[in-house]
Design a protein. Structure first.
Length: 264
């Protein structure tokens, strides 16, 4: 039975606006760091899928518990002092190393989403909290799934995310990202296979959004992956290696490539 939830009476489902999505997609292709465009694309294409995902979440015992408690993750995730005290090899330590290496913060993603929300109507309800949780766990998805922040890693991770939380907007960004990369990559690079692998891995895994995130940070990384059923992104890693041999950067442009896949 679905939990008793509060959805603001003024909330309306986003309209399906493919032309708007295409415009913002071109901006995202031009600058993959322009995270605000992601929120526009998802809003333009997701329609009622966000609502369906939310009510499915609210119908689970863990969803009901989390909605009752409504934990807010960014301050906890950005306080690296306590996470650094966790044993080496834990999810938390891998997360901190990833965030510091990439120059990221959970609050930074909040700020990007607020740029978008300042142009849309804000609703302080359970659905808003659910959307925030999806946003706030994105970088943890990177660490658990093994996908880095290179262009192919981001696109493959979104395919993984789509299978966890279906929505046409996320799938569109993932597919178009991989398709764009494939145009510039060597012919034998299995770019679209990375897209399909991400979808498979996300579908086979337990839903990360339903996990107790703080408890998860304490778990050994490999044990957490095994418990959640998260398979290694083998094709992605092989493809990155091939691209590096052809002198492609992390943005898939032909120069010197740098860095190893995170949490490999």
């Amino acid at each position: 039975m679905t939990a008793q939830v509060f959805v603001h009476p003024d909330r309306r489902p986003a309209a399906f606006r493919p032309l708007k999505a295409w415009t913002h997609m071109q901006k995202l292709i031009a600058d993959k760091e322009d995270t605000e465009q992601v929120f526009h694309i998802i809003e333009a294409l997701n329609g009622r899928s966000f609502e369906r995902n939310f009510y499915a979440f609210a119908a689970t015992p863990v969803g009901q518990k989390l909605l009752a408690e409504k934990p807010y993750l960014p301050p906890l995730l950005d306080d690296h002092s306590w996470i650094r005290e966790l044993p080496a090899g834990t999810v938390g330590r891998a997360y901190v190393e990833f965030m510091e290496r990439e120059g990221l913060s959970a609050q930074g993603l909040v700020d990007e989403s607020l740029k978008f929300r300042s142009k849309a109507r804000e609703h302080d309800d359970d659905m808003q909290w659910y959307g925030n949780r999806l946003r706030d766990t994105h970088d943890l998805f990177h660490v658990l799934s093994g996908y880095n922040r290179d262009a192919l890693g981001e696109a493959s991770l979104l395919a993984f995310t789509y299978s966890q939380q279906p929505g046409l907007g996320v799938l569109f960004i993932s597919f178009m990202g991989c398709r764009t990369i494939a145009k510039h990559a060597p012919r034998d690079a299995r770019i679209m296979d990375c897209f399909r692998e991400g979808k498979r891995n996300g579908a086979a895994a337990q839903k990360i959004i339903e996990q107790d995130i703080i408890a998860l940070l304490h778990e050994p990384l490999e044990a957490a992956r095994a418990r959640l059923g998260i398979a290694k992104p083998v094709i992605y890693r092989e493809t990155l290696q091939l691209l590096s041999q052809h002198g492609y950067t992390a943005s898939l442009q032909p120069q010197a490539i740098g860095g190893e896949p995170v949490a490999a």
